[in-house]
Design a protein around this ligand. Sequence first.
Ligand code: PMP
Length: 350
Amino acid sequence: MSRYLSRRFDGLEEYIPGEQPQDRTYIKLNTNESPYPPSPGVLAAVNTAEVARLNLYSDPDARILTQALAAQYGVEPEHVFLSNGSDDILNFCFLAFCDGGAMFPEVTYGFYPVYAALHGVAYETPPLRPDLSIDPADYCSAGRTVVLANPNAQTGLALPLSDIERIVQSNPDHVMVIDEAYVDFGAESAVELTRQYDNLLVVQTFSKSRSLAGARLGFAIGPAALIADLNRLKFSTNPYNLNRLTQLAGAAALAEQAYYDENCRRIRETRARTRQALLDLGFTCTDSRANFLLASSPAIPGGELYRRLKDRGVLVRHFTDPKIENHVRITIGAPDEMEALLAAVRAILG
Ligand code: PMP
């Protein structure tokens, strides 16, 4: 830290993203990317002729992509906000809507407390139940901005829409942000509810189910006034934060939704098979609705399993959070990758 950094960032602890190692080739099951490439139309859209136009700025309103998303989700374009990954949108949410403080679960996406600290937002973190599920009652009448990942990060457990509605109804004076990064792998989306509640914002991403993590594309759907607030902040920081190639890739991906639906189906199938195999090996495993499993074995601590899998070329994620330190989080990869993971686990457990 230099002596020039603003004092308000003295204690700021930054988010540590999952490893993207360059030292060797790993079976990479640590950052919840899709194992499948973008659809053919995306590859065709991001072509040499478009690269040659990179001397020009992108459309700051991303009109083509915004209209395509609005059509796909059955809303008007003024209900859609786009930004550079859903991380960017969550950052804007903490900046925009948290004057009265925030509330999110003690175990969830690790970026929430970082954004809160960055923007000086006080927050409460209700504990999970012993089975790692969220108790919706903790968030009813919270009296502050509620941020819930659904399915929840790290556990993959999802709340039904009826619980989301109960929470949003009970907090009419604060925004509720539902982070649906993993919703396409088997949870109920709250997009429909954004028509009825002026305080509900749904955030999604192209990084997981749509195979575009490297393109950095996130979107929010919600009431026009909340979308206008987010645009006010975006146009006060970086209006061109969606580059030309990402806008083209996103629109092309939406035109080939069936390809991504089929990939989600394959991932759900692989998830079920992998979960059963882990249960057969004596693991406990959450009933995840996301593209990852949170698993723990009585035979080996989570940190050790992570290290020994890494030695064998299989990268999973380990968290030091006491509630889940005995677990590893395993992204659902292609079937052969999961076979390699299971073979490595069997070898480690002897
Ligand atoms: N929300 C959750 C719950 C996540 O796990 C992630 C991915 N790390 C994100 C948001 C951010 O995704 P992206 O910025 O790639 O859209």
